[in-house]
Design a protein around this ligand. Structure first.
Ligand SMILES: Cc1cc2nc3c(=O)[nH]c(=O)nc-3n(C[C@H](O)[C@H](O)[C@H](O)COP(=O)(O)OP(=O)(O)OC[C@H]3O[C@@H](n4cnc5c(N)ncnc54)[C@H](O)[C@@H]3O)c2cc1C
Length: 173
């Protein structure tokens, strides 16, 4: 059983199907967040199924091992018990930004706030990609943001007169 119906949950489910006889993906709401291409792949691969609108109530444990999963149907309130061989949890991302000093402003979840030049609240510190507030959490966007940040950093270094070799970055005109 995979808990979480985003890209990570769907990708992991497809991977698990190489070893499992079946995989159930549990979605908390009616909305599946995974990309359509992953949904199509899962739909093609029996026996994989997606159950929607279910909240995990409890993981049942016996003798230190997983014995069952209680899922609550969020529409009817009915609770059902499943007995999968294993549970894999893919719900949400936590930004790996704990090492940053307190001065660096983040949102309540720890994502780093920047302005539109990717500058953080700390002079000389820039942030790009998934860790940034407002990032679209896509690889191509992260790469683009990295480029934007590199250009902004070059401007910053030029502004403070830092003798940093920037010729290889080309022109940003
Ligand atoms: C299952 C899944 C499927 C996806 N599918 C797609 C897709 O189809 N298309 C798409 O565009 N995007 C997809 N994405 C999203 C894409 O992977 C991310 O948007 C992208 O990788 C973000 O790049 P990033 O550089 O911001 O972060 P990351 O790729 O996470 O890179 C961060 C790097 O920082 C390193 N790091 C962390 N902490 C430290 C530290 N303290 N010191 C030094 N280094 C550190 C990490 O080791 C890592 O190498 C998918 C993501 C997942 C999880």
């Amino acid at each position: 059983m995979v808990i979480g119906a985003g890209d990570s949950g769907f990708e992991e489910s497809l991977h698990l199907m190489k070893f499992a006889t079946g995989v159930t993906i549990v979605a908390r709401s009616d909305e599946i967040k995974a990309s359509q291409i992953l949904q199509d792949k899962v739909a093609e691969k029996a026996p994989m199924r997606v159950v929607t609108n279910r909240a995990v109530e409890e993981l049942l444990v016996e003798d230190g091992a997983l014995a069952g999963v209680r899922l609550k149907d969020r529409a009817s309130g009915e609770v059902e018990t499943h007995t999968p061989d294993g549970v894999f949890v893919f719900i949400g991302l936590r930004p790996n930004a704990g090492f940053l000093p307190e001065e660096v402003v983040t949102d309540a979840r720890g994502f780093v706030r920047t302005d539109d030049t990717f500058a953080t609240s700390m002079t000389g510190l820039y942030s790009a990609g998934d860790v940034r507030v407002g990032s679209t959490k896509q690889a191509v966007a992260a790469a683009g943001e990295g480029t934007g940040a590199a250009i902004a950093i070059r401007r910053y270094l030029q502004s403070i007169g830092e003798a940093y070799p920037t010729d290889h970055l080309g022109s940003d005109d």
